[in-house]
Design a binder for this molecule. Structure first.
Ligand SMILES: Cc1cc2nc3c(=O)[nH]c(=O)nc-3n(C[C@H](O)[C@H](O)[C@H](O)COP(=O)(O)OP(=O)(O)OC[C@H]3O[C@@H](n4cnc5c(N)ncnc54)[C@H](O)[C@@H]3O)c2cc1C
Length: 424
């Protein structure tokens, strides 16, 4: 199957380069706040709760963590990864070929339904006739949830299914989703009247609308219509597997940023929860070695979820190498360049790609590096585009996680890193 919609792309990102709205051409989103990730809450009867549930109106991380864990984050990796009881590398012994990685997420959710632990699972399938256009799905059978395997890497209004959950009398629910969805869901959890809510979170950063995903793939691939699977890998390259099985790899540093800088919604550039810290279990890959998945069990429920897969899971070792702090000054300096600046010449890009792959951070240090860079970049995005929101939407752990770079930040950006609210 080729994704027909991938062959029809316009000349640029759907909302125009440098615009700060989500997707101005989409009628359905008219009247939404500028900072909106289309999590779906506002499509449901829970819309009035948006004021206290949306992470882009007010970040409630501290309250949610107090409720889930009874404490604040420790001043260690929890500042970056969120509160967790354990973390490990794992993979399914028999990987699902349709899955994004080995298929732990869908296998777990299917197991919850098989064992009657939940009545339904909210997940993200593909819209008919496409591979990658997200379609929220309320799965009631293991087969329905397994059919959602694989990323549809674009914004998905999964929370709009909360009305169906209520109408169908579902009392025990599992939810698979991204951190903006999970923040809203956790915020209204007491209002949902569920007997049980199990949250399987996936890390998420720099998500895009479907038209912009289509545009992105058309800019980076030689054959966008035949891409069957793609992922941003830990080796600083974007991998695209095509229908004929061959894998196309593009160095991050080779992306044509002058054509891409407008594709990310402002909401995603104002998000501070890359690792999905309010889930019961986060299942990603970026803290693990290539080929393995990275799991963080955050709550007792999350730890039980891992047990559920029992012998189907193989465990690996989490490693950590390199020094992320060495790249941060250069990263900060690059943020001072105008957005979408032209790429450096090819020989320089080749050298940078080699250095990143061979000398850059690896394993957990890679995860720390990318999370810190996104925290810092997004803090600057808020400061430049929405300064009046900073005190409400930037949680304290951002300043705490970035504190080691405070001196360089002051030098490069000419203002303190510390929360502006501290001066008030
Ligand atoms: C936009 C996006 C960005 C991501 N970025 C990172 C990252 O930077 N680092 C990292 O470690 N991991 C990231 N992930 C998660 C990672 O790619 C895998 O989805 C995850 O590790 C699970 O793999 P799996 O094989 O167990 O999943 P599978 O068993 O294949 O299941 C995938 C599940 O993802 C859900 N899903 C698919 N698309 C979406 C969507 N648009 N919104 C919400 N849920 C969706 C589906 O419901 C499905 O159940 C990202 C995922 C998405 C969707």
């Amino acid at each position: 199957m080729s994704d027909a919609t991938l062959t029809t792309v316009g000349d640029g990102p759907s909302k125009g380069l440098g615009q700060i709205s989500l997707l101005s051409h989409d009628e359905r989103l008219q009247g939404r706040p500028r900072l909106c990730s289309d999590c779906g809450l506002c499509d449901s009867t829970f819309k009035p709760a948006m004021q206290h549930a949306c992470m882009f109106v007010e970040n409630r991380s501290a309250d949610i963590e107090q409720r889930l864990h009874g404490r604040r984050r420790h001043h260690d990796d929890e500042l970056r990864f969120g509160i967790h009881q354990t973390q490990f590398a794992a993979r399914l012994r028999h990987p699902n070929p349709k899955a994004q990685w080995t298929g732990i997420v869908t296998a777990l959710a299917a197991r919850l339904l098989e064992q009657g632990r939940v009545d339904a699972v909210i997940a993200t399938g593909a819209a008919p006739g496409t591979r990658f256009q997200a379609l929220p799905v309320l799965a009631r059978t293991p087969a329905e949830v397994l059919a959602t395997a694989g990323n549809k890497p674009c914004l998905s209004p999964n929370l709009r299914l909360l009305d169906d959950v209520r109408e169908q009398g579902i009392r025990r629910l599992a939810f698979i989703g991204t951190s903006c969805q999970v923040h809203a869901l956790r915020s209204i959890e007491p209002e949902l009247g569920l007997e049980q809510l199990i949250v399987i979170g996936i890390p998420c950063s720099d998500n895009v609308t479907y038209p912009d995903l289509t545009y992105f793939l058309s800019q980076v691939s030689r054959s966008p219509a035949t891409i069957a699977h793609h992922e941003f890998m830990q080796d600083f390259r974007f991998w695209m597997r095509h229908d004929d099985g061959h894998v196309e790899r593009v160095n991050y540093v080779d992306f044509p940023m002058d054509k891409l800088h407008g594709i990310f919604p402002s909401a995603c550039l104002s998000c501070f929860d890359y690792p999905n810290a309010h889930s019961d279990l986060t299942v990603g890959y970026m803290g693990a070695e290539l080929g393995w998945q990275w799991l963080l069990a955050r709550t007792a429920t999350g730890a039980e979820l891992v047990e559920l897969l029992g012998p189907d899971l193989e465990f690996g070792t989490l490693t950590s190498g390199g020094d992320r702090t060495r790249g941060m000054p250069r990263f900060m300096e690059r943020l001072t360049h105008p957005p979408g600046a032209k790429r450096p010449p090819y020989p320089i890009r080749k050298l940078v790609a080699w250095l990143q792959r061979n000398k850059g951070p690896r394993g957990l240090e890679f995860a720390r590096a990318v999370i810190e860079m996104k925290l810092l970049r997004n803090l600057n995005h808020v400061r430049s585009k929405f300064p009046q929101y900073e005190a409400r939407i930037v949680p304290d752990y951002v300043y705490e996680a970035l504190a080691p770079y405070a001196e360089g930040y002051q030098t490069i950006f000419g203002q303190p890193l510390a929360s502006l609210a501290d001066d008030a």
